[in-house]
Ligand binder design. Sequence first.
Ligand code: ADP
Length: 532
Amino acid sequence: MSPSTRTAAGPLAGRPALLHSFLLSAADTAPDSPAVTEFVANDTVRTTTYGELRDLARTYAADLDALGLDIGDRVILESHTSAHAIALFLACSMAGLPFVPVSPETPDERLQTVMEATGAALHLQTENGTREHLPQQAGTARFGSGRLRVARRPRARTRRRTELCPTDTAYMIFTSGSTGRPKGVVMSHRAVVSFYRGMLSQGIVGPQDRVATTSPLQFDFSLLDIGLALGSGAAVVPVPRNLLRWPSRFLRVLADTGATQVNGVPSIWRQTLRHLPERLAGLTGIRGVLFCGEDFPLPELRELQRLLPQARLINCYGATESMAASFTDVPRPLPADLEKLSIGYAHPGAEMLLVDESGRLVDEPGTLGEIHLRTPALFTAYWDDPTASAAARVPDPAEPRSGQLVLRTGDLAYRGPHGELYFCGRVDSQVQIRGNRVELGEIERRLREHPQVAEAVVVLVERAADEPRLAACVVAQDRADSPDDGRLIAFCSRTLQPYMVPDEVHVLDAMPVSPNGKADRRVLAAQLAGTR
Ligand code: ADP
């Protein structure tokens, strides 16, 4: 097979079921439109058009092809989101090479584990990347100048594959493990493209939009943002991760790049809401905010809505195993008595079912069940883990005889009066306290209702020789006005069953977060297990 058949110039170019063809389709119709708008310095932004992005991706694809890799060989892409990183993953897609995005902050040991587990053929980092001591098994190269600079060629191999198929792997994401131990989620071209189609049918952004993306490239929320933008003919605006922590810099990036849509986990807004609400309110060009990954504390969401009354706020629910599942508009305005946001219905082309412990489908409103997602965006498997794969890809509970598999999410929910869903935490955050089943999320919700509490996470702490204890970790709305332990416990006692009332309260300056920006329950549980 001639290598060119696998690149964008070859016969695969027009096949929209492949990741790169789908994301680059605006390069044919609007090659001069901005595809990526990057913040370089105050008042300076750099724009890469769709035509330039396609050309860059093709050049990188030709360089990759020259390394002799076969369809299916894994490539580690160590980078923040940038025009070149996007061009590179598109190039991997053109060359049939599954990419595994990894953040430059990833500890050496974790990177080694990922490289070994995936048997990666090649490691890529930017020209100014600092990673050293990479495993000998893999080739190494740098990117950023428009060409690959190869330091060590990958081992020579025989090319066996001839045709890149939509069922082939597009990428692999190693989850951060907030829902269990880290697993390599294998996603095919077909799965990701069908997810993008479902998402785009919701009309979230249009070609004039600029979509700010704040998640690290290794978290597939960034790939969702990139698909949302490029699939709509809009521009991606990568927000440099090191500026995200500083509200004034974050807002500066949004203002200078003319962002109209801002996507990220709820915690990206916290500091800004606290310290620079007026400046945020001044960004009247923001038409949409999409958040994902965990509950958005309602007091903060109300404040965000008050400051950005023109913006459509969307609660995006889902997991890496299908990229996401639903996009639900936050009511505008949020009713004063609203206690819980809905995660709505699955996006067009997908369906969320609820299943109880006995495997029965739950239809009646108010009854708890585990979300099972029927979707063409179903992941292929967890890399090299048939047991975990079989536990998550299960027979269709509606008709197991059909052989259709659905995603068993591990998420609990109930239906509202119109069939819409309400997320209630994870199956594994249900704990047993003195024989009673307790949903930690319910206690967290009660704590967050307290006016002095901004954030709350409850963990079950197991200290040697002690009965497990419920520990509430809270962050105050106002540091100068810290909530009192006894009062918080009394507040919980007013509405919760006695066995659900926290045994201890810890007021923290800040909640520890995972690399993806979500509250890190494991760290809290481990820290508290070592204290008294
Ligand atoms: P990890 O957190 O391990 O990196 P994921 O990003 O796949 O992996 O996490 C998916 C989980 O995050 C879901 O199964 C669900 O528990 C939670 N989640 C995702 N979106 C929302 C949301 N909008 N509201 C509440 N929880 C959410």
